[in-house]
Design a protein around this ligand. Sequence first.
Ligand code: GLN
Length: 474
Amino acid sequence: MIQEIQRNLTEGRLDPESYVEAYYVRIERREAKVRAFITLRPMEEVIEEVKRSVERLRSGRHGRLEGILIAVKDNISTMGIRTTCGSKMLETYVPPFDATVIERIRREGGIIVGKTNMDEFAMGSTTETSYFGPTRNPWDLSRTPGGSSGGSGAALAAHFAELALGSDTGGSIRSPAAYNAVLGLKPSYGTVSRYGLIAYANSLEQIGPMARNANDLEVLYSVIAGPDERDATTVSAVLEKKEVRLNGLRLGVLDDMMEVSEKPVKSVVNDVLNKLSSEGSELKEVKLGYLDYALPAYYIIAMSEASSNLARYDGVRYGYSSGEEGLWTDVYSINRGAGFGWEVKRRIMLGSFMLSAGYYEMYYIKALKIRRLIYDNIASILKSVDLILSPTMPILPPKIGDVINDPIRLFAMDVNTVVANLAGVPAISVPAGFHNGLPVGLQAIGPYLSDYSLISFARELEKITGYRDLTAPE
Ligand code: GLN
């Protein structure tokens, strides 16, 4: 907990060495199995930074994240720290600049502990498409931690860091949040700068905060959010901090998302819904409609944007080079063939196909129309309720190797999460409970720019479930 840590550091109850060592001891014990990090910073460097933070804390002039250890997804550019995007293509890339979110975190005294594992170019839902091998779920090492920000989720569940950054194109923050019993927010589109985020699908994705409790999540979000002149899609609207009260809160439960979820997930979510209703929340069944179309629309748009974004990695301008020489078309294809993994290649091929003359109208334009309809439906549901609830993930965390070779099942995991990305509205995943020791997440979707209300809702929910600062048992 940020406040408590900062108080302890300031008052000397915690010295920088033993404070940092506690994290590294846990990492030492569990990381060989969990594999949350692609790059871990040396402990001595982190201790030095904490020492400087302590000086600032004691001087009374300190940042909001002073001394706090943060794990950062490896598609967010960090100056001087390797940023691989989970790919061989960028295996040795060290960015010469910081992403805006990193600049803001450093300015507030936050300390990067390492870069976390992820699906290659954020394409996947289980962290198994990573070039560096899969991350395992600390709650059950035979299972995936979700994805694509699986390393960030696992790092929090194993308490390797206090906070984490993820990115969410179609659920990549919320899926690992749900599967690791932590919190994750996919912010309203445009509230967090994407400058320095290695692009997958620009119109859908946002960097967002992940944390072990709602208060910490709010602090990290407030640090990274805000307009940025280097990202023209950021908005200048000021987000209101509104406190939500459960009593009288109108909650729409998405019938169609409950329907597609497996039994144990439904039953954990239903228990939470009952608790909310005893707190005086008004629950009402609502229907999104078009859910069958949401997934194909999402994947068409995401792959189309990806095929264009990833064109720059040819080993000449950017990325892995085989060292071959010859005709540029041959060299490009050798470099790209060796640098990208199979999931990325599948998506580049499908995306290029869907944007090609003759198919553009049939796929891409149709997908944009579905996107609009989904936005309209969410807006219309939100006229009669304050928030929309659903299970975050329709299934429990899958076993490693289970869904990865079946793209249809892999894609289907995102059915409940992609909707918020298509509509640009904020969505949060909060720990809802457990089934046989496996975490289940509750998703809350709110109106555009209601991010702080979602966090406040999470805080209220925490009070009734008691699920905060959970660490997976060893
Ligand atoms: N699983 C989805 C995909 O592969 C979402 C990934 C993400 O949000 N980055 O596109």
